[in-house]
Design a protein around this ligand. Structure first.
Ligand code: ADP
Length: 199
C-alpha cells in the first residue's frame, strides 16, 4: 500500500504553497476541498440526497447546487448543517479513499484544512503541519483573498487551535520566513517520506 501523508495547516499557513512544491517533485496530491466540491456536482448521488432531504430549492435551474441558498439555510437552521454533513462527510471520505488508492507516485498526499477536525488523518500514515503565527496567517490570507481581517480571524477561531494541531502532527514545518526556507524544510522531509515509501 502506498505511503499516505496528511498535510494540514490553518488558513494562510502555506498549505497550498507546500502542496504545490510536493506536486512539482512528482508527488500526487488529493485535495479534500476539491473532493468536497466534486461530490456535489450535478449527477452525483450526494447531490440527489441533498435535494431529497432539503427540497428542490437547493438546485439551480440548470441542476447545479445552489450553494448560496444552502449556506443561508444552514445559517438559519442549526440542525441543517448536521443533516448536510451526514450526507457529505461519508461521500467525501469514500471519494478521498478512492483517489488515494488510484495514486501512482512514490507516496501520496492528502491535503485538508480540516485534517484533524474531520478525522481524515485516520486515512493517513503520517501527518505534516504547516505552521505559522496568527499574525502571519492573517497577513497572508488578507493579501491573497478579498477577505477582511475580521473574516479571517473568524475562520481562524473556528479552526482547531494551533497548539492542538502542533500536538497532533507528526512533523511540523514553521513557515515564518522566506518561501525558499519553506522549500528547504520540505526537501528534507520529502527525502524521509521517500525512504518510508520504499517497499
Ligand atoms: P493556505 O493554503 O494554507 O491557506 P497558502 O499556501 O495559499 O495558504 O499561502 C497563503 C498566501 O501566502 C499565498 O499567497 C502564498 O503564496 C503566500 N505565502 C505562503 N508562504 C509564504 C512565505 N513563506 N513567504 C511569503 N509568502 C508566502
Amino acid at each position: 500500500m502506498t505511503f499516505i501523508l496528511g498535510l494540514t495547516g490553518g488558513i494562510g499557513s502555506g498549505k497550498s504553497a507546500a502542496s504545490q512544491w510536493f506536486e512539482a517533485q512528482g508527488i500526487q496530491v488529493v485535495d479534500a476541498d476539491i473532493v468536497a466540491r466534486e461530490i456535489v456536482e450535478k449527477g452525483q448521488p450526494a447531490l440527489t440526497q441533498i435535494k431529497d432531504t432539503f427540497g428542490d430549492w437547493v438546485l439551480l435551474e440548470d441542476g447545479e447546487l445552489n450553494r448560496r441558498a444552502l449556506r443561508e439555510h444552514i445559517f438559519k437552521e442549526p440542525n441543517a448543517r448536521q443533516q448536510l454533513e451526514q450526507i457529505t462527510h461519508p461521500a467525501i471520505r469514500s471519494a478521498i479513499i478512492q483517489q488515494l488508492a488510484n495514486a501512482t507516485s512514490p507516496y501520496v498526499i492528502l491535503v485538508s484544512p480540516l485534517l484533524f477536525e474531520t478525522s481524515q488523518h485516520q486515512l493517513t500514515h503520517r501527518t505534516l503541519l504547516i505552521d505559522a503565527s496568527e499574525d502571519l496567517q492573517i497577513l497572508r490570507a488578507a493579501q491573497r483573498d478579498e477577505q477582511s481581517i475580521d473574516q479571517i480571524q473568524k475562520i481562524i477561531a473556528a479552526q482547531m487551535p494551533r497548539i492542538k494541531k502542533q500536538e497532533m502532527a507528526d512533523d511540523i514545518v514553521l513557515n515564518d520566513g522566506h518561501i525558499e526556507h519553506l522549500y528547504t524544510q520540505l526537501e528534507t522531509l520529502h527525502q524521509q517520506y521517500l525512504d518510508r515509501s520504499k517497499p
